[in-house]
Design a protein around this ligand. Sequence first.
Ligand code: SF4
Length: 256
Amino acid sequence: MNIYHISYTEKFVGERMAMLSFKGCNFDCIGCIREKNEYDIYAEERRYIDWNFENILKELEELNPHRIYLGGYEPTLDPDLIRIIANISKLDAHIVLMTNGSKIDERYAIELKEAGVNEVIVGVKAFDRKKHLCYTKRSNEVVLNTIKNLAAMEDAYFRLQVETILLPGINDPADIEELATFISQINPAISLFIEPWIPMEGVKFKEPEKEDLIDAVSRAMKHLYVVSYHPLYSEIKEIRETPRKVKFIEILPHIR
Ligand code: SF4
């Protein structure tokens, strides 16, 4: 079993959700956030348990989550993944597998579906082949094929989402628009999530500008029905440090 960490929250916009993180990856991304920080960058509390699957399952049973994410490095490298999913699927939570998409052939996709995965999020680090190779040291061809395979199997109980990073110089708004075009040719109803790069010490890339994030979202929205995005890391930090109340203004006709 490659699970090395659990994080959870009892109040994530009203939902209880848990994340199981798995060790090991077959990509070698220049800016692997996991290598820089293997734990939850937003966690505010930590506790320890005897580390075995029975105890992990017990923790999940107590939490009774609505959603369980399988992520971390690359969960599909774990030879026990199918057994793990089959066990946690008994908890009746929505199970989301987050993957780099490099290990899911048609046969394995069927196994995931049958074991109880409800949603697969495939991360595309860069749409441009050369930039993907430069960033991850691996080709993105198999990742793009995985998207096609999973899309062909998608139904209400086995959903597909594509996630990509906005990373200046590697995956710019124009690259994200090309990715959105590629996805729309498979099925424009496949949703795309855009994650802006989180700046890290010792890694040469800078955090994207907010206007580039909005540009990437607007470009992708021209091709796909559902496009969403994560705020910039600096925005989240600022909101946490100085809680702001969003101001809404309403406009009404004069009372005569
Ligand atoms: S695919 Fe994810 S876990 Fe693997 S090296 Fe890249 S960023 Fe790290």
